[in-house]
Design a binder for this molecule. Structure first.
Ligand SMILES: Cc1cc2nc3c(=O)[nH]c(=O)nc-3n(C[C@H](O)[C@H](O)[C@H](O)COP(=O)(O)O)c2cc1C
Length: 304
């Protein structure tokens, strides 16, 4: 029988599938629903110390080959999100709390608030491409990135998974800085900066012009990031970008991902259909290829 279970930052998960940050991740109800559909762990919407209002509408456009979004990390703040997380933990859901901040001081306070919670990990979002204070600061200043990871790890006492941007050409430097700061793992990747134009209105479709592209269009870029990362780090990688089938999930695992994040696909298909279909596809792929466990598959595409 193919073993779908996998270890992530020291915890055994029932399979490699993780809910990506930001999709169905604002309320305990939404995350519980995805967990009950069979996913192994959930990542919350990224939250900051205080409520953050994000960008004015329109903030989402479906381009057919993925979503363009500029939600701008809108969230109700740490205290509210901790209440949602507490409900999830009471229901034995493995939770990754995704956080962001605009300064090291803010990250430290949020980290401390999370200290008493039995989280699977804290995911540090330093890569949102449509929030300048977040996506444009930490990943362009490697010293600051190193410090941010260290501050969150110390304050929270939790494994810190760093969410990296979809930039294959700089991913090694960013990962090295994060690892220096004590990163326990990586999520690759966040959305990639993109735009689209409404030709009738003669203006960008999003209020803030640029957003982040997710879904199938992002997949080959995210895969390149995972493949590259796997060659330079021993830390676990959550591969994320455009996963909507078992084939996509297997591609990420063979490239080096230990877990696979799913986000945008939930905007097209109900979790109750999507998650079991991906899991049963992975299971039959493992049988056909003689893999006894996910562990045996991780990074297998590098060995030929
Ligand atoms: C509407 C929307 C909101 C998102 N919000 C967040 C967020 O709060 N924090 C974060 O780290 N990533 C966020 N993301 C990025 C996803 O977590 C994921 O990295 C990206 O969408 C690629 O995966 P996917 O193609 O499966 O969606 C968001 C993506 C979408 C589409």
């Amino acid at each position: 029988m193919a073993q779908l279970s996998v270890t992530l930052v020291g915890r055994r998960l029932r399979n490699p599938l993780v809910l990506a940050a930001g999709i169905l991740g604002l309320s305990a109800d939404g995350m519980l629903r995805v967990f009950r559909s069979g996913i192994a762990a959930v990542t919350t919407k990224s939250f900051s110390l205080n409520a953050w209002h994000g960008n004015p509408n329109p903030v989402v456009a479906d381009l057919g080959f993925g979503l363009l979004n500029a939600v701008g990390l809108a969230n109700p703040g740490a205290q509210h999100m901790i209440r949602e997380i507490t409900t999830l933990l009471r229901n034995r859901v493995p939770v990754i709390a995704s956080i962001f901040g605009t300064s090291l001081e803010e990250l430290e306070v949020v980290g401390r608030l999370l200290r008493r919670l039995p989280l699977l990990a804290v995911e540090l979002n330093v890569s949102c491409p449509h929030v300048k204070e977040v996506g444009g600061t930490f990943v362009t200043n490697y010293d600051l990135l190193r410090k941010a990871v260290r501050v969150v790890a110390r304050a929270s006492g939790k494994p810190v998974i760093v969410k990296l941007p979809a930039e294959p050409s700089r991913i090694i430097e960013m990962a090295e800085a994060a690892e220096d700061g004590g990163a326990a793992g990586f999520t690759a990747t966040n959305t990639i900066a993109a735009t689209d134009i409404d030709v009738e209105l003669v203006r960008p479709v999003l209020s803030v012009t640029y957003g982040g592209m997710s879904g199938p269009a992002l997949r080959p870029i995210a895969l390149a990031c995972v493949y590259t990362l796997y060659e330079v780090t021993e830390k676990p990688i959550i591969g994320c970008g455009g996963v909507e089938s078992w084939v996509d999930a297997v591609k990420f695992i063979l490239s080096g991902a230990r877990c696979v994040g799913i986000g945008t696909a939930f905007s097209k298909e109900q979790p109750e259909q999507l998650v079991p279909r991906i899991l049963s596809g992975i299971r039959s792929y493992m049988r056909r290829h003689g893999y006894g466990s996910i562990e045996e598959m991780i990074g297998a595409a590098h060995k030929r």
